[in-house]
Design a protein around this ligand. Structure first.
Ligand SMILES: O=C(O)CCC(=O)C(=O)O
Ligand SMILES: [Fe+2]
Length: 350
């Protein structure tokens, strides 16, 4: 895929935010120091680089999704996700408001549901463009399985560190129950003059993004400035999302981020990023797991009330966030942003 693997280097002279580099192979083997580093990253900034993740399908994912997103718009529109709160399928450019002035986004998404990938060739929710189907078996399914395995390891570490009984967090992310997990490609055009994706927190539990070009930015806690995150070859950028912040009573941090045009010379290139989102089972009720953990109970007392209504399930929550995103209104923009803005504002650490 021309232009994807070779790009000008990330410029040296722009402010970036350093992230801790967590070595997944060490974390998996139970290395104490590496586990502590992961915990520090997840509770303080909520973002970290993940090295040695062993997800070998990343380059192929860029190729397969780029082929699908390079189809003519009318073909892609046959797979449009619609306005009902469904995330899977194609999201065209300009469907999402990125700020309070109603500025429209520049990004296209193609989202493949984890449930569709894992049930393939049986359709769980919907069909996808032929390029995606052709590579479901050799690229997308192994990518999803490997990403899921990485997230499961990380969730089991969080489960222990949060003082939860074994399985309490993992059972809320069971891949055998319908859930919101998905594999996404974000495509933004060259020479863009505005945000690809506006400021947001992620809806789900864990996100893992693979980047070649810059553009992802983070606003650190207690700051009002945006900083680029520099892509590092073969490193994923991982972050905590809202449902994990909520389950943990605010101990795990779901931090605000956005996608801007790539910096310097990189701005002249089309940007593709590949992301995997781990989300709870659709029927799981969203609440701080205070009854299950004293550590979470203590933290939840200090965290302000969350915006979630009692009894909201993860499925309803994701659908509502997506519907709000697609509302071309200021109200939609405000409602779509997530916990960082209206909910778990004061973060707590243990
Ligand atoms: O493209 C990226 O680097 C990040 C994408 C992102 O934040 C998202 O899809 O939620
Ligand atoms: Fe995001």
């Amino acid at each position: 895929m021309p232009g994807l693997t070779t790009a000008p280097r990330f410029p040296q002279n722009i402010p970036t935010h350093p992230l801790l580099i967590v070595n997944y192979a060490l974390v998996k083997s139970g290395d104490r120091g590496e586990v502590e580093k992961l915990w520090k990253a997840a509770t303080e900034l909520g973002f970290w680089y993940l090295s040695n993740h062993g997800i070998d399908e990343v380059d192929d994912m860029f190729d397969v999704y780029a082929d699908a997103l390079d189809l003519p718009l009318e073909e892609k529109m046959q797979y449009e996700q619609g306005d009902s709160g469904n995330s899977y399928g194609y999201k065209a450019r300009g469907k999402i408001v990125t700020d309070k002035n109603g500025t429209l986004d520049t990004s296209e998404f193609l989202n493949v549901a984890q449930d569709d990938a894992l049930s393939y060739p049986r359709i769980t929710y919907r069909s996808y463009p032929p390029t995606i189907n052709e590579h479901m078996g050799d690229v997308i399914v192994p990518f999803v399985q490997n990403s899921l395995a990485v997230c499961t390891t990380i969730l089991s570490i969080f489960e222990q560190k949060l003082g939860l009984p074994k399985g309490e967090l993992l059972k809320r992310h069971s891949p055998t129950e319908l859930n919101g997990g998905e594999a996404r490609c974000v495509k933004t055009p060259p020479n863009a003059d505005r945000a690809g994706i506006g400021a947001h927190t992620d809806f789900g539990s864990l996100s893992m993004v693979h980047n070649r070009l810059g553009g992802l930015q983070v606003m650190p806690p207690n700051s009002d400035r945006w900083y680029y995150i520099k892509p590092l070859p073969r490193h994923a950028v991982c972050n905590v999302g809202d449902t994990l912040a909520l389950f943990s009573g605010g101990i795990l941090r779901s931090n605000v981020h956005r996608v801007m045009p790539p910096p310097g010379e990189q701005a002249k290139y089309t940007r593709y990023s590949i992301a995997y989102f781990s989300r709870p089972g659709n029927r799981i009720v969203l609440r701080a797991l205070s009854n299950e953990s004293k550590i979470i109970a203590r933290a939840a007392l200090r965290a302000p009330a969350c915006e979630y209504e009692p009894g909201t399930t993860a499925g309803e929550w994701t659908a509502r966030r997506i519907r709000n995103l697609r509302l071309k209104s200021r109200e939609g923009w405000i409602a779509s942003q997530g916990t960082e803005h209206d909910g778990v504002k004061e973060r707590t650490t243990v």
